[in-house]
Design a protein around this ligand. Structure first.
Ligand code: DC
Length: 229
């Protein structure tokens, strides 16, 4: 079963998708990390981020892989080709670069193929922007998670602070709004809720409450399919 969780930056996708995967015993696929890995390698190779041919060749050549450390149910490391980019994909530089490469149609095609090969036929919680609309339109459960821009900026600022990056709330808010604008107005696979997605606003909900709602959707999808609850 595929559980698709889409929504804008800071809506709580990662936290809730990971906890949902743990509780359900599903795998977890973070497709944003894949675009981030491409952006980080493109920066390291000094490619022009808007150079579709150059970035596409990188995306077609290199596989993004997720590795588990001993004892961890969820993947903890991200590699692209021979490079471990686990920390690099979470920097403000990666935040600023990623929307540029995620806009490129042929880069998205290459990522879509990798995403399907990782998740197809498995029980996976997949988070991203276009999972319910483009990557897995047949997903049994689709959630579109939102939160107010201020709340999303507050969460991202706290996350960056935990990683030792000092950033201002206002700056993060601007960066989030800029990214939302690029992500939702791009021509290919823009950020939008699938028609059959269940929209959840997490502004005033705890992580547990959001995950409870996702679990309930999984159970009713299973009973609708006649499977075990
Ligand atoms: O979820 P995130 O912040 O790690 O996503 C990073 C960027 O990648 C974000 O700007 C949008 C893009 N993205 C995308 O276009 N499609 C996806 N399925 C996942 C992420």
């Amino acid at each position: 079963m595929i559980v698709a969780i889409d929504g804008p930056a800071g809506s709580g996708k990662s936290t809730t998708a990971k906890l949902a995967a743990e509780r359900l015993g599903f795998r977890y696929l973070d497709t944003g990390a894949m675009y981030r890995a491409i952006a980080v390698r493109a920066l390291a190779e000094r490619l022009d981020l808007d150079d579709e041919a150059g970035v596409t060749s990188l995306a077609q050549r290199e596989r993004v892989l997720f590795a588990h450390e001993e004892g961890s149910a969820l993947p903890t490391r991200v590699t692209i080709g021979a490079h471990d980019v686990t920390a690099a994909i979470r920097t403000p530089e990666a935040d600023a670069a990623v929307s540029h490469v995620a806009r490129l149609a042929r880069v998205r095609e290459a990522m879509l193929a990798q995403q399907r090969s990782i998740a197809e036929g498995r029980d996976v919680v997949v988070e991203g922007r276009d999972i319910g609309t483009v990557v897995f339109p047949q997903a049994e459960v689709k959630v579109y998670l939102t939160a107010s821009p201020h709340e999303r900026a507050r969460r991202r600022t706290a996350e960056q602070a935990e990683r030792g990056h000092a950033v201002e709330h206002e700056e993060v808010l601007e960066s989030i709004e800029r990214r939302d604008e690029i992500d939702s107005t791009r021509e290919v696979a823009p950020l939008q809720a699938a028609e059959d997605a269940v929209e959840l606003d997490s502004t005033e909900l705890s992580v547990d409450e959001v995950v409870d709602a996702i679990e309930a959707l999984v159970h009713s999808a299973r009973s609708a399919a006649g499977g075990p609850r």
